[in-house]
Design a protein around this ligand. Structure first.
Ligand code: ADP
Length: 282
């Protein structure tokens, strides 16, 4: 039997309160004492729990429940956002997932407010929305590369908090996840992409240039955590050098978010006994 952590111990250990990005041990496994093999077994079990809860969310959405869950994934290149989408989100029914990835804004997106493209991709009732990068790029890459003036990005933290508060009020549970790998681990992962033809597609020469901006990114991530981890939409910090742990951590966060909705199966909108009689005669 895999070692099971106490319920909630992983999710609690990931809260961003007081985290100093520069001091993070990116190979740690907060809230979980087991090793990789145990962690992977536990992940398989917990994936089933997540999948059942997601089905219930979806079923309620089909019955008109407006509530949804939005997973916001942020992290430097190679932090493993794609792996979370493939392995964690990939394990639930795709009908119930609204996935959106946000890259460099298109010409059309640039003509609009930075939240315009975000609003268009928000999850509908019953869905788990997944943002692979998000509105936070507008206070991360934009800040690091001076893409707009500091007076402009400086106002965005409060604006984002207000935007998210409204979303929460309207029934979306926001699960914000910042994934961190060490500079060394990133080098290893980039090297792998250059060694394996099946990984070339993931390699972007620009990722090497971005490594020079690591301290500036750390500062921008710190400001993001300090200024946008709110009670309604707190950040979670995931040490991501160990992929199995990052996947387990996000699975736990999603399970926790879904459990807090206290979902039940939608009631039948018909008389069950009557339908059973009709079916017997059909
Ligand atoms: P990934 O690198 O995640 O596989 P893409 O190559 O499609 O995905 O695009 C990601 C790139 O887009 C990143 O370098 C990211 O910093 C950049 N990006 C995302 N949002 C913005 C934004 N609002 N302004 C500028 N660049 C952005």
């Amino acid at each position: 039997m895999p070692k099971s952590p106490r319920p909630g111990s992983i999710t609690k250990a990931l809260r961003a309160d007081g985290v100093k990005v520069g001091d993070l041990d990116t190979s740690a496994t907060p809230g979980y004492k087991g090793a990789k093999a145990d962690g992977e077994k536990l992940l398989a079990e917990r994936t089933q729990v997540l999948s059942d809860l997601q089905e219930m969310l979806y079923a309620n959405g089909r019955s008109g429940d407006p509530r949804s869950v939005l997973l916001v994934l942020q992290g430097m290149d190679t932090a493993g956002k794609g792996g979370i989408v493939r392995h964690v989100i990939g394990s639930v029914d795709p009908q119930g997932v609204d996935h959106a990835a946000f890259g460099v804004p298109t010409a059309e997106e640039k003509r609009h407010h930075y939240l315009w493209r975000i609003r268009r991709k928000l999850p509908r009732g019953g869905q788990i929305g997944v943002f692979d990068r998000s509105h936070y790029e507008d206070v991360l890459v934009v800040r690091v590369h001076d893409l707009v003036a500091p007076e402009v990005w400086g106002k965005r933290y409060d604006e984002i908090n207000k935007f998210e508060a409204k979303l929460v009020e309207a029934g979306t549970t926001i699960v914000k996840v910042a994934m961190f790998v060490s500079l060394d681990e990133q080098k290893k992962r980039l090297a792998q992409r250059l060694e394996r033809p099946d990984k070339y597609w993931k390699f972007n020469p620009g990722d090497i240039d971005e490594r020079a901006y690591w301290p500036a990114y750390q500062e921008a991530y710190q400001a993001m955590l300090d200024r946008t981890s709110t009670e309604q939409a707190p950040w979670h910090v995931i040490p991501a050098d160990r992929k199995w742990y990052a996947r387990l951590a996000v699975t736990e966060l999603l399970i926790d978010a879904l459990q807090r909705l206290e979902l039940t199966w939608p009631k039948a909108q018909f008389d069950v006994a009557e339908q059973q009689r009709r079916l017997a005669d059909a």
